[in-house]
Design a protein around this ligand. Structure first.
Ligand code: AP5
Ligand code: MG
Ligand code: ZN
Length: 216
């Protein structure tokens, strides 16, 4: 199955993606996570991405498109994939169309997780992520079993460097201006399921299952 997951910052894309991909046995491709990995390794690409990410801006399309293209060519994507956080500009969506055409494949669904703006700040300021495996928690809505430690690998949990109030506000403006039009782009192709993200995590997962016709 070939899926896209779109939605504003903090909507729950990463949380849902982890569960969907485990169940379907497909790779979870998050451009944000790929950039954070490059940042942690201190590569040139990571250093460049860091400037944009911590300012709440999008990383330039040419950089982003290149890493996605390379990733989709890897063999584990041949049976399907879930793209999380890409495309987030109409230009990226057009490039993706070209890549898919070249590979002779089509998207099955675009899952749009929707969340009102006033809920976003509390989602992101309460988020904690594992330094080692990237698992995501929330101090109130999805707390780890032991405070500050990952359930999966017991490593330390931290806050993301772009989860400050000022950066989140900037990310929201960028979302409204640059990413919301991507949903319209796919609406025209009748590929989108609009899902209410303002529900408990398990309920959102059920809605995703209904969208793709699979029991999750
Ligand atoms: P990225 O990492 O993609 O961030 P984002 O889109 O801003 O989304 P988030 O990861 O913040 O939120 P999410 O929807 O995954 O929510 P989560 O599941 O964690 O991108 C980061 C940056 O990288 C961008 O700003 C940009 O600079 C750059 N970038 C990435 N892709 C790019 C691209 N294609 N082009 C250009 N630049 C790009 O959940 C949030 C919190 O809520 C968690 O604490 C979670 O536990 C909790 N939660 C989840 N679901 C629920 C629920 N149903 N109820 C209650 N709490 C919940
Ligand atoms: Mg995410
Ligand atoms: Zn972990």
């Amino acid at each position: 199955m070939r899926l896209l997951l779109v939605g504003p910052p903090g909507a729950g894309k990463g949380t849902q993606a982890a569960m969907i991909c485990t169940k379907l046995g497909i790779p979870h491709i998050s451009t944000g996570a790929m950039f954070r990995e490059a940042m942690a390794k201190g590569t040139k690409q990571g250093q460049k991405a860091k400037e944009y990410i911590e300012a709440g801006q999008l990383v330039p399309d040419d950089v982003t498109v290149e890493i996605v293209k390379e990733r989709l060519m890897e063999s584990d994507c041949s049976q399907g994939f879930l793209l999380d956080g890409f495309p987030r500009t109409v230009a990226q969506a057009q490039v993706l169309d070209g890549i898919l055409e070249e590979l002779g494949i089509k998207l099955d669904k675009v899952i749009s997780i929707e969340l009102p703006e006033e809920k976003i700040l509390e989602r992101l300021t309460g988020r904690r992520v594992c330094t080692k495996c990237g698992a995501t928690y929330h101090t109130q809505y999805n707390p780890p079993l032991q405070e500050g430690k990952c359930n999966e690998c017991q490593s330390d949990l931290i806050q993301r460097s772009d989860d400050t109030e000022a950066t989140v506000k900037r990310r929201l403006v960028v979302y409204r201006e640059e990413t919301a039009p991507v949903i319209t782009f796919y609406d025209k192709k009748e590929l989108v399921c609009h899902i209410d993200g303002d529900k408990p995590i398990s309920q959102v997962l059920n809605s995703v299952g209904q969208c793709i016709g699979r029991d999750l």
